[in-house]
Design a protein around this ligand. Structure first.
Ligand code: SAH
Length: 222
């Protein structure tokens, strides 16, 4: 899979792309990342990429021309713009992105991008959540990490992406490892029973209970 990142700050990605399984996925060619800097198409000797908003107001807006040239060169890819006004990113979004051959992630800065870019050069607008950040780079890092772990061969045991939180509209059940008795706090007895049927039933119950308790918004309407 190829992911193109449109950013004014490619140095932001120096370490996230090296660490752990994302680093390995890039090293062994399962994931290919390239960078595109709108400033290469900026205006004038200072390669200006932002300008004051029409109608007045605080802050600067990313100018259309440098982004348009950048995004035209990436036509044919699925172009995602990060903005607080986008659809909230979910596991379902990541599942869909992971099936794409070429994804483009557009990171805004300042007050965001000229609306005509969103209207004519973008396939989908995505938000990380109901809060405002300084730029889209952190959102791109989130998508890359979320997508990379779904690519074939990136995680050693593919079953671990099948039973985790947000699959089947459920959170994951609590997890325990050795020792069975830690400072007097014991692991639930059923997990030591060796009875796989009982364990599976317990896990499913826990997933349902936790979801109802912590995330009632995830429980489907009857
Ligand atoms: N003026 C905008 C915020 C701009 S923040 C507004 O009020 O909606 C600058 C850039 O950071 C945005 O263009 C976007 O790319 C990124 N950004 C900020 N918050 C984000 C969020 N919650 N999700 C995704 N991207 C975000």
């Amino acid at each position: 899979m190829r992911i193109s990142i449109v950013t004014l700050f490619r140095e932001y990605f120096d370490s996230p792309l090296k660490v752990s399984l994302v680093g390995t996925a890039i090293e062994n060619g399962r994931l290919e990342i390239d960078f595109h800097d709108p400033r290469d198409h900026g205006r004038g000797p200072h390669r200006q990429v932002d300008d004051a908003p029409f109608g007045g107001g605080a802050g600067m807006v990313m100018m259309p021309e440098p982004l348009a040239i950048t995004l035209e060169a990436l036509e044919g890819s699925h172009r995602v713009l990060f903005t607080p006004a986008g659809a909230p990113l979910t596991q379902a979004t990541l599942d869909r992105f992971a099936t794409m051959r070429h994804l483009t992630l557009v990171c805004g800065r300042y007050e965001g991008v000229d609306q005509r870019i969103a209207d004519h050069f973008i396939d989908e607008e995505t938000s990380l959540g109901d809060y405002v950040l300084l730029g889209g780079e952190v959102a791109a890092a989130v998508v890359i990490e979320g997508v990379a772990r779904l690519l074939p061969g990136v995680i050693g045991n593919p079953a671990s992406t099948e039973s985790e939180s947000f699959r089947d509209d459920l959170l994951e059940e609590p997890q325990y490892t050795r020792p069975a008795d830690f400072r007097g706090w014991k692991v639930p007895e059923v997990l030591l029973s060796g009875d796989h049927g009982r364990i599976a039933a317990w896990r499913h119950d826990q997933r349902r209970m936790r979801t109802a308790e912590r995330r009632p918004d995830m429980v489907p309407e009857e």
